[in-house]
Design a binder for this molecule. Structure first.
Ligand SMILES: NC(=O)c1ccc[n+]([C@@H]2O[C@H](COP(=O)([O-])OP(=O)(O)OC[C@H]3O[C@@H](n4cnc5c(N)ncnc54)[C@H](OP(=O)(O)O)[C@@H]3O)[C@@H](O)[C@H]2O)c1
Length: 411
C-alpha cells in the first residue's frame, strides 16, 4: 500500500535540483521535500530560504521526516549522514557510489539491524535501472559476465574528441558545464567512478563484495591523439569499459580499462554521456541496457524511482550475496593490452606473457590483471596510456613471471 512520503534532502546541486524538477512533474507519487541540508548558506537558491539548513541533525532528527535522500558530493560526510539515518531506523536513498563501494558490508548490516532500507539505483549508471534488474530479474540466473560503459563524463569526452575533433581539455570543460562530471573530475577520467560502480554491481551480479583497491583500473586522463590514430587504423573506438567476469570455482575477475572495440561490439556505438551495461546470463545470453548515465534529470529520475519503491517498503534482497557459496576475487586473468609509455623503465615493472607487436614507446602484448595491479603506480607515474584489446583468458601466474624474468634479464 503506497503512503505519502516526507523527504529530508541532503544536497541541492545538479542531482538534488534534478530530483526537485522530476518530483514536481511526477503524477503518481505522493512525496514532498520538507527540508534541504546544504553546505554553503550564502549561495542563492531557487527555493525560499525556509527550506534550507546547514545543520545535518536538524533533518536527521526531525521525526516528521521519514525518508532521507542523500545527494551530496562528499563521500565521507555522506557516510556519516547515511549511517546515522539508518541507526535512527530511517530509510535512505543515495546516489553516492564512492561511499557505497567502500562501505557495502557495514551498510547492509545496518539495514538488517535497524530495519531501514538503503536504495541506490542512481549510484550506478544514472538513469539505467540496472541494480533492481540484477536484484529482481536476474535473481536466480547465474551470470557469466557484466560489462559496460559506466561513466557518462568519460564517454562524453571520448565522443567529443573522436567524432568532433575537440581537444581533451575543452571536452572535459564541456562535460563539467553540462553537469555530467563529478566535482573532482579525476574521479571520472581516472576511472575511479567506474570502479566504484563496478564494486556495487559485482555485489548485485555475483554476490561479491570487494574493496576498490583490490581492482585494477585505468582511465582516460593520459589519452593522446596517437591512441585515437591507432584506433582509427584498426577501425575501432576507444571506450572506458568495466568488466566483471566469472571464472571457474566461484572466482570472479574485475577490471576497468579503456578498451579498443570494433563495430561488432555492443558498446561500439554508445556515444555522448550515455552509459550501457551488457549482462550475459548463463541462459539468457547477452542483453544490452542503454541510457543516460549522467545529468541532473536522468539521475534524478533514478532517485525518484527509489523514493517510490520505499513507499511500498522495497528493500534489496542481496540474493546473490546470501545464496550459495561465497565468491572470491581473482586477478589471475591474462589480458591483451595496448600500452603507450613514456619511459622504457615501465617495461621492467610490467611482465608480459606474449608480445604481439612492439615499437619505440608502445607495445601490444598479453599480461595479467595481477601484474597490472602491481605496476599501477609505475604506470601512473609514467603517465602511460593503457587499453585492453578485448582478448582475455585464465592463466597460470608462474608462466607470466618466468616470461618477465627472461624479458628484463633477471635470473
Ligand atoms: N551529476 C551527475 O550526473 C551524477 C550522476 C550519478 C550520480 N551522481 C552522484 O550524485 C551525488 C551528487 O552529485 P551532484 O552532481 O549533484 O553534485 P554537486 O552538483 O556538486 O552538488 C553537491 C551538493 O552537495 C552539497 N554538499 C556538499 N557537502 C555537503 C555536506 N557536508 N552537507 C550538506 N550538503 C553538502 C552541496 O552544497 P552547496 O550547494 O551548499 O555547495 C551541493 O548542493 C554525488 O554522489 C554524485 O556522485 C551524480
Amino acid at each position: 500500500m503506497k503512503k505519502n512520503i516526507r523527504i529530508g534532502l541532503f544536497g541541492f546541486g545538479a542531482v538534488g535540483q534534478g530530483l526537485y524538477d522530476v518530483l514536481k512533474k511526477s503524477e503518481g507519487l505522493s512525496a514532498s521535500i520538507e527540508k534541504i541540508c546544504i553546505k554553503d548558506p550564502t549561495k542563492s537558491r531557487k527555493l525560499p530560504s525556509k527550506y534550507f539548513t546547514t545543520e545535518a541533525n536538524e533533518v536527521l532528527e526531525d521525526k516528521s521526516i521519514d525518508l532521507i535522500v542523500e545527494l551530496i558530493d562528499d563521500a565521507e560526510a555522506a557516510y556519516t549522514i547515511i549511517k546515522k539515518a539508518l541507526i535512527l531506523g530511517k530509510s535512505v536513498v543515495s546516489a553516492n557510489k564512492k561511499l557505497l563501494a567502500y562501505h557495502q558490508k557495514e551498510l547492509i548490516q545496518l539495514q538488517n539491524e535497524y530495519g531501514g532500507s538503503l536504495l541506490y539505483e542512481a549510484s550506478s549508471c544514472g538513469g539505467i535501472p540496472i541494480i533492481r534488474t540484477l536484484e529482481e530479474y536476474y535473481d536466480n540466473e547465474s551470470l557469466r559476465q557484466i560489462s559496460g560503459i559506466f561513466n557518462g563524463s568519460s564517454n562524453y569526452i571520448l565522443s567529443q574528441i573522436s567524432q568532433k575533433n575537440v581537444g581533451y581539455a575543452a571536452a572535459l570543460a564541456e562535460a563539467q558545464e553540462k553537469g555530467f562530471a563529478e566535482s573532482d573530475p579525476t574521479l571520472d577520467v581516472g576511472g575511479y567512478d567506474t570502479k566504484y560502480k563496478l564494486c556495487i554491481l559485482a555485489n548485485h551480479s555475483f554476490g561479491l563484495i570487494v574493496q576498490p583497491e583490490e581492482i585494477f583500473h585505468a582511465g582516460i586522463a593520459h589519452i593522446s591523439s596517437l591512441d585515437f590514430k591507432l584506433a582509427k587504423q584498426r577501425k575501432q573506438h576507444i571506450k572506458l569499459v568495466a568488466h566483471g567476469y566469472k571464472l571457474p570455482n566461484h572466482r570472479v575477475a574485475l577490471w576497468v580499462l579503456p578498451e579498443l572495440i570494433g563495430a561488432d561490439h555492443p558498446l561500439y556505438a554508445v556515444e555522448e554521456e550515455n552509459n550501457a551495461v551488457v549482462v550475459e546470463g548463463a541462459f539468457s545470453d547477452k542483453q544490452l541496457f542503454l541510457g543516460k548515465g549522467a545529468g541532473g534529470h536522468p539521475t534524478g529520475s533514478a532517485v525518484l524511482s527509489d523514493i517510490s519503491a520505499t513507499t511500498y517498503d522495497y528493500k534489496y534482497g542481496y540474493k546473490k550475496l546470501n545464496f550459495g557459496t561465497s565468491k572470491k576475487l581473482d586477478n589471475n586473468l591474462a589480458i591483451e593490452v595496448y600500452l603507450r609509455y613514456n619511459s622504457p623503465k615501465v617495461l621492467e615493472h610490467l611482465p608480459f606473457l606474449e608480445v604481439a607487436d612492439e615499437e619505440a614507446g608502445r607495445v601490444i602484448g598479453t599480461t595479467t590483471l595481477e601484474a597490472l595491479l602491481n605496476a599501477k603506480q609505475v604506470l601512473e607515474n609514467d603517465k602511460a596510456f593503457i587499453a585492453s584489446t578485448g582478448k582475455i583468458s585464465p592463466v597460470k601466474q608462474q608462466k607470466v613471471l618466468t616470461q618477465f624474468r627472461k624479458r628484463v634479464g633477471v635470473h
